[in-house]
Design a protein around this ligand. Structure first.
Ligand code: DX5
Ligand code: ZN
Length: 221
């Protein structure tokens, strides 16, 4: 099995000190940076784009950056994120006109590609593209906001995807996003996840910016 990765979602970080926040969670043991892109169209919120991704790279962040696109349309922003230093680019199949083409586009741009499934989105989108995904991201909240509660049905869905991945024999990351905290991460791991996004669970209100706090929380994950 793949090694477990902790992916703090910077959505809950203090954006006035973003570089420092990212340095601190990585120093505290986080493995990859989860980067939530919202467009006020596919989801009812507006966040950050390629400019900020590039700024983190220029700041010196070398860890993988896991770009979670909650945008529609998807394709035209993909090359910009690849240029800006994205490592993974994941998107919601409902937001792409041509899912297979978007996966190919992400690969052609030199990034790893993944599909994201909302709580009610069927896994059938995966059926014919299992050979083209490097990551499956299951949402355990409805996308758009940090700080929501974990939707329990995501556990069964995780078990289902874990079986599909194992049956494929490919190296595919199984990431979970939404309401992941110190107190439920063990159960989520047992259901098959190997990559754990946590926003409010790590940054809290995002304003105290305390490196010791990040050590403690990430140490327990
Ligand atoms: C929600 C985002 C998540 C969000 C998770 O649409 O995709 O990555 O930051 O935040 P928490 O961990 O607070 O649920
Ligand atoms: Zn996310």
């Amino acid at each position: 099995a793949a090694e477990d990765l902790i992916a703090p979602s910077i959505l809950s970080a203090n954006f006035a000190k973003l570089g420092e926040e990212v340095d601190n969670v990585l120093a505290a043991g986080a493995d990859i940076v989860h980067f939530d892109v919202m467009d006020n169209h596919y989801v009812p919120n507006l966040t950050i784009g390629p400019l900020i991704c590039e700024a983190l790279r220029k700041h010196g962040v070398t860890a993988p950056i896991d770009v979670h696109l909650m945008v529609k349309p998807v394709d035209r922003i993909v090359p910009d994120f690849a240029q800006a230093g994205a490592s993974y680019i994941t998107f919601h199949p409902e937001a792409s006109e041509h899912v297979d083409r978007t996966l190919q586009l992400i690969h052609n741009e030199g990034c790893k590609a993944g599909l994201v499934f909302n709580p009610a989105t069927p896994l059938s989108y995966l059926e014919y593209v299992m050979d083209k995904v490097d990551m499956v991201l299951l949402m355990s909240v409805n996308p758009g906001f940090g700080g929501q509660s974990f939707i329990p049905s995501a556990l069964d869905k995780l078990r289902e995807v874990r079986q599909m991945i194992d049956a494929s024999g490919r190296e595919i990351r199984l990431e979970i996003d939404g309401g992941v905290k110190v107190d439920n991460i063990a159960e989520i791991k047992a259901a098959g996840a190997d990559t754990f996004v946590s926003g409010s669970g790590i940054f809290g209100k995002g304003q105290d910016n305390d490196p010791n706090r990040y050590d403690t929380i990430i140490g327990k994950m």
